[in-house]
Design a protein around this ligand. Structure first.
Ligand code: ADP
Ligand code: MG
Length: 316
């Protein structure tokens, strides 16, 4: 198990986080830009020292150790590949450092090249590769020495949409196959939900909610978290009351609202996304958003069903 409790201050910013991650677990750190995600990862890697606190892994105190002695594999946005080394040499680098015997090194590099579909590029240098290929090399390099703990900072950042989707599924399979305890930072909720067994939402240097992806998404702990996760149906006490809910702020997650039912509404906006249609519907004076595989035209009267058991009440 990874256990940590860390504090670090910069002018105008303070991080204070306590967290436990189980062996083999993938935990995603999700938060807006500037919330302290990279700082937390750097503290765990030992690239930054905390003002206060500790990092323990499998009952070993990592806090006093320099980065190279922590057994931690990491992929940071600004840690580029070695430009003068080939792809295979980049992958072997950490293995040489860790004094792997030559035969074991060659086997491991070959295995990773194959798994990451990089075999045809083994002898190329990083600048001869596309962005997605480089990112795969960086990931393979982090995985190569079989780190006990893997830290990934926006591993799919700066990739175009198609590559991102491809690499996301690839990363998901790899993390599961390797069974390494992993912390992965992202600002993209879908990425976090797909990769991780648990997600931790970070805001202004603190963890505001930690839980399984479905739990966090369907029951965010406050309106800020709900909005950050992309929810649109945040109701004021008055709007809640108009829809038959108690007079408190509520969230209607997608599971709480659907087409077909007794609540009368009118489609004000219809957004065609391709695989789905987004509808802004006004019902009892409240603008509600829902998505469906297909949907009626703007101006159409529709019936909605609202499941009050799935509405989330916030304090206040
Ligand atoms: P994130 O990765 O979530 O975008 P960061 O951890 O990079 O956030 O940054 C969190 C805050 O700490 C920001 O306000 C940033 O400006 C500040 N910060 C990060 N690193 C340093 C540093 N080395 N010196 C001073 N301030 C820093
Ligand atoms: Mg960052």
């Amino acid at each position: 198990m990874l256990a940590l409790s860390l504090e670090k201050s910069f002018p105008g910013f303070r991080l204070a986080v306590a967290l436990e991650v189980q062996e083999g677990e993938v935990l995603a750190l999700l938060g807006p830009s500037g919330s302290g995600k990279s700082t937390l990862l750097r503290l765990i890697a030992g690239l930054l020292s905390p003002d206060k606190g500790f990092v323990r892994f499998r009952d070993q105190d990592l806090t006093p150790l320099p980065p190279e002695r922590r057994g931690v594999g990491f992929l940071f946005q600004d840690y580029a590949l070695f430009p003068h080394l080939t792809v295979a040499e980049n992958l072997a680098f950490g293995l040489v450092e860790a004094r792997w015997p030559k035969a074991a090194r060659e086997d491991r590099v070959e295995e990773l090249l194959r798994r990451m579909e990089l075999t045809p590029h083994a002898r190329k240098r990083p600048q001869e590769l596309s962005g997605g290929e480089q990112q795969r090399v960086a990931l393979a390099r982090a995985l190569a020495p079989r780190p006990r703990l893997l830290l990934l900072d926006e591993p799919l950042g700066a990739l175009d949409l198609r590559l991102r989707e491809e690499l996301l599924l690839f990363l998901r399979r790899t993390l599961r196959a390797e069974g390494i305890t992993t912390l992965v930072v992202t600002h993209d909720q879908e990425e976090a939900f797909l990769l991780a067994g648990r997600v931790a939402v970070m805001r202004e240097g603190r963890l505001v909610q930690v839980g399984r992806p479905e739990e966090v998404y369907t029951r965010p702990q406050d309106a800020w978290t709900a909005r950050f996760l992309g929810h649109k149906n945040l109701l004021s006490p008055e709007e809640s009351q108009a829809l038959g809910l108690p007079p408190k702020p509520h969230l209607l997650p997608p599971q709480a609202l659907g087409l077909g039912g007794p609540l009368r509404g009118k489609v004000e906006e219809r957004l065609f996304f391709g695989a789905r249609v987004g509808l802004w519907v006004r019902a009892k004076g409240v603008r509600l958003y829902l998505e469906a595989p297909a949907g009626p035209e703007e101006g159409t009267e529709v019936g909605l069903h609202l499941d009050p058991k799935r509405a989330v009440a916030f304090g206040g």
